[in-house]
Design a protein around this ligand. Structure first.
Ligand code: ERO
Length: 311
């Protein structure tokens, strides 16, 4: 099979394939990040969402594997943003996306000011959708707060920056978030974060499977694929053309990567399946994607990106 052209562009950065790790997946420590740098068919590296101060996260067990996906309530464990900002300024093997989160608007602004003042010229992604910090709502479900925060960010931030969104479920909410985002020069949206808040029940033990928050947590993996595809599609139909989309959620096969791109994704990130299968998943997904493209006669991702047909 001849190799297809899988290159893709995001924020004027060229990636030599469409696949990324989902933030939080094998990207917290120096060792994990080095593994990602050495992973074939992983086109770029997304860091664990970084906060102002280091965090150990929630109590364990805080991740649980299911036949149909996963539930997590990690609680933003990370080494603090100086570590990740340092890392992205040194990493040269692949393009990076520096993911940033905050426990308050002030925290976010302080971190982003340092990113702005640093030598980092790559892409930053503001996580507006962590479902797992007790007492802290997912910012992007509050359209007024999201607009206010973005106004404060773009008052000083001039580097490429996108946002990570939670899943939306109502068409009116797609309209509302798109109306906010279209007013700012954001490079991309990454959609979707895990579906919060699910609850998995172990019937035999008659109890929940994760400890934090009484067992409530973010759902990922195969069970969220239709939700992720709906968000990619609905946002592609509403966002300015200049805003790229990273499709995240539910990818277990090359066909799922194809479906994300068909719905309009520029890049696709993989979370739960990496934990289930290991970093070799990127080779398998790429082979499967290329086989589908060969069968359909497509030479590049732009041949079918966003071309989903309606009945
Ligand atoms: O709990 C977490 O660290 C976490 N889990 C997710 O599924 N999504 C997140 O965005 C996140 C923390 C930022």
């Amino acid at each position: 099979m001849t190799k297809k052209n899988l290159t893709t562009q995001l924020a004027q950065v060229t990636f030599d394939g469409p696949l990324l790790n989902a933030s939080g997946i094998h990207c917290q420590t120096k060792e994990e990040l080095a593994d990602l740098a050495a992973t074939s068919n992983l086109a770029g590296i997304v860091t664990k969402s970084a906060t102002l101060l280091p965090r150990t996260g929630n109590e364990s067990p805080r991740y649980y594997d299911l036949a149909y996906g996963s539930i997590n309530s990690m609680g933003l464990p990370n080494l603090g943003y100086p570590f990740y900002l340092d890392y992205v300024q040194q990493e040269t093997a692949k393009p990076t996306i520096l993911s940033v989160a905050g426990l308050s608007a002030e925290d976010v602004l302080e971190v982003l000011m340092d990113v702005q003042d640093s030598d980092y010229q790559g892409i930053t992604e503001l996580n507006l959708s962590c479902p797992n910090v007790p007492g802290k709502p997912q910012t992007a479900y509050d359209f007024v707060a999201t607009r206010k925060l973005l106004e404060r960010v773009f008052a000083f931030f001039t580097k490429p920056i996108g946002v990570k969104l939670p899943p939306y479920f109502d068409l009116v909410h797609f309209d509302q978030i798109a109306a906010v985002l279209n007013d700012f020069p954001i490079t991309h949206v990454n959609t979707v974060n895990s579906v919060g808040n699910g609850l998995v029940v172990d019937v035999e033990k008659e109890q929940v499977v994760t400890k934090p928050k009484g067992g409530f947590g973010g759902l990922g993996g195969a069970m969220i694929l239709p939700t992720a595809l709906a968000n990619v599609r609905a946002l592609r139909q509403r966002l300015n053309e200049s805003i790229a989309i990273i499709g995240t959620g539910g990818v277990t096969s090359g066909a799922d990567v194809f479906a994300h791109i068909l719905c309009g994704a520029d890049m696709v990130s993989v979370g739960t399946q990496v934990i289930k299968e290991g970093l070799g998943v990127y080779d398998r997904l790429t082979e499967e994607l290329q086989a589908i493209m060969a069968e359909k006669g497509y030479e590049s991702l732009s041949d079918f990106r966003g071309q989903l047909r309606e009945l």
